[in-house]
Design a protein around this ligand. Structure first.
Ligand code: NAD
Length: 476
């Protein structure tokens, strides 16, 4: 690629796709069939607010229907546009294929700054948007299942689910029309933090292979690694929190809308999140140095850089100055195709978005299955598992007493062993397994093929191959 003009988000995704398909042997025409976005629906609707009608523009894009339903989040942001929604929908296709979630790719967006509306107004706008989409089967348990994305969360998903149920009063599977719902509206334990948790599991798997760690010029484990995170929202907060609380990472930089915080000794992620919620920004936070020019902190020295806010933040302008040897794309599209080329030449290792943030759609898949099966995971097995474990513990204790040995099972072992898995444990186990297997499939391609120099190309190869097989099986 000639590094002259910064490609748009949509162009970046296509350029990265093209780089990968050039290494594949797809039948003529199939490559284009996979790349193009099947359809994008634009809707403009009015809502009477504050005494006047306000018109909103929203999109729902369906990239690939090789599997149905199609799946992808709904974003609320003033910058939402067709190009962005289509790029995000394409990424969803590749992401679902990579982690073997049985969905095609879709995405939605509404041009709105949600911070400018109160809760009641947002509910009316969201319900109206959901009505417009549901009316055209662009929200539907077996055809198109949205989820949260930037600017939306459990609350909006609950409104969407309720709106769909009101419009489809006899649909017993109505709850499966959207994922990321609160637990009391058909949600699943562990969905809120799933994407951040997935980022943590992805890094854990990366650090399990010393060859990969060495490729990034790092060594050892996650313990003590210096992390900079951009965006302390759903994804960034949970990723930073789990990595610092559970893996011994040190979060030295946090970048938000209004600037960034830096402290070489580490920053308390929870304290900053509470500050952010209270003050609407990070400025004024007492235990770190504040810089108004947040973007500069992306360029600071650290071991792991986690862009978890929005696309295009690492671009041709700043790529050469990025010092982190390892970038994990928690956000969608944070590195442009131009920057990707510069970073690859520098030897920076990038764990690509389509894999890195797939934890959300993975747990959404579990939620959808839960909704369709109408039963919480673990409800049937948990106590049975516990009583079988109790039998083993009782027997071991009897043997130990009979032999008169000093050995007895410790209380902490018994506590852990006797506890049957509830929904949260099962969700975490399923997510960890998914993230490990998907990483291993990319890693194999990365290591085995001399013509594949980066994880992103490996990820595209694995996922395009799966999408292609699915089209071939359909006889297309
Ligand atoms: P969010 O709205 O919860 O958080 C985004 C955060 O980024 C907010 O704290 C916001 O203040 C901050 N931010 C916005 N603009 C910024 C800027 N210019 N500089 C620094 N910070 C900025 O959104 P989210 O759900 O965490 O999504 C973040 C990214 O992760 C998006 O790219 C989204 O597509 C992707 N993603 C989200 C999920 C999910 O489950 N929520 C799943 C997969 C991918």
């Amino acid at each position: 690629m000639s590094a002259i003009k910064e490609p748009s988000f949509r162009e970046s995704v296509d350029l990265m796709f093209n780089r990968a398909v050039a290494l594949m042997d797809l039948p003529p025409g199939l490559e284009e069939k996979i790349r193009v976005c099947n359809a994008t629906y634009t809707v403009r609707f009015g809502v009477r607010l504050r005494g006047q009608i306000q018109t909103f523009t929203g999109y729902r894009s369906v990239h690939s229907e090789h599997m149905e339903p199609v799946k992808g989040g709904i974003r609320f942001a003033p910058s939402v546009n067709q190009n962005e929604v289509e790029a995000l929908a394409a990424l969803m296709t590749y992401k679902c294929a990579l982690v073997e979630a049985p969905f095609g790719g879709s995405k939605g967006g509404l041009c709105i700054d949600p911070r400018k509306y109160d809760e009641h107004e947002l509910e009316r706008i969201t319900r109206r948007f959901a009505y417009e989409l549901a009316k055209r089967d662009l929200i539907h348990p077996s055809q198109n299942v949205p989820a949260p994305d930037m600017g939306t969360g459990e609350r909006e998903m609950a409104w969407i689910a309720d709106q769909y149920a009101r419009m489809n009063t006899t649909d017993i599977n109505a709850r499966a029309c959207v994922t990321g719902k609160p637990l009391n509206s058909g949600g699943i334990s562990g969905r809120v933090e799933a994407t951040g948790r997935g980022v943590q599991y992805a890094l854990q798997e990366f650090f399990r292979d010393a060859r990969d760690v060495e490729k990034a010029g790092l060594d050892g484990t996650l313990d003590g690694k210096r992390v900079i995170v951009q965006g302390l929202g759903n994804v960034g907060y949970h990723a930073a929190k789990f990595l610092s609380d559970e893996d011994g990472c040190k979060v030295v930089g946090i970048i938000e809308r209004d600037g960034a915080l830096f402290n070489e000794d580490g920053i308390d992620v929870d304290a900053v999140q509470q500050w952010l919620a209270k003050h609407g920004g990070v400025s004024g936070y007492p235990d770190a140095t504040y810089t108004r020019e947040g973007g500069k902190i992306l360029e600071e020295a650290c071991d792991i850089l986690i862009p978890a806010a929005l696309e295009g933040v690492i671009n041709m302008e700043n790529a050469a100055r990025i010092q982190a040897p390892l970038i994990i794309e928690a956000a969608n599209g944070p590195v442009t195709a131009g920057a990707d080329e510069i970073l690859r030449k520098k030897g920076t290792v990038i764990i690509p978005d389509m894999y890195a943030n797939a934890g959300g759609v993975t747990v959404s898949y579990f939620e959808w299955v839960k909704n369709l099966s109408h039963i919480r995971f673990g409800r049937m097995q948990r106590r049975q598992e516990e009583s079988r474990h109790q039998l083993v513990v009782d027997e071991l204790e009897k043997i130990s007493a009979a032999l008169g040995t000093q050995y007895s099972l410790t209380d902490s072992f018994k506590q852990k062993y006797l506890r049957g898995a509830g929904e949260l444990e099962l969700v975490r186990s399923g997510l960890d397994d998914t993230m490990r297997i998907a990483y291993q499939s990319m890693r194999d391609v990365w290591h085995d093929r001399a013509d594949v120099e980066d994880l992103r190309t490996a990820a595209y190869l694995v996922s395009i191959d799966k999408v292609a097989s699915s089209y071939r099986a359909k006889g297309l």
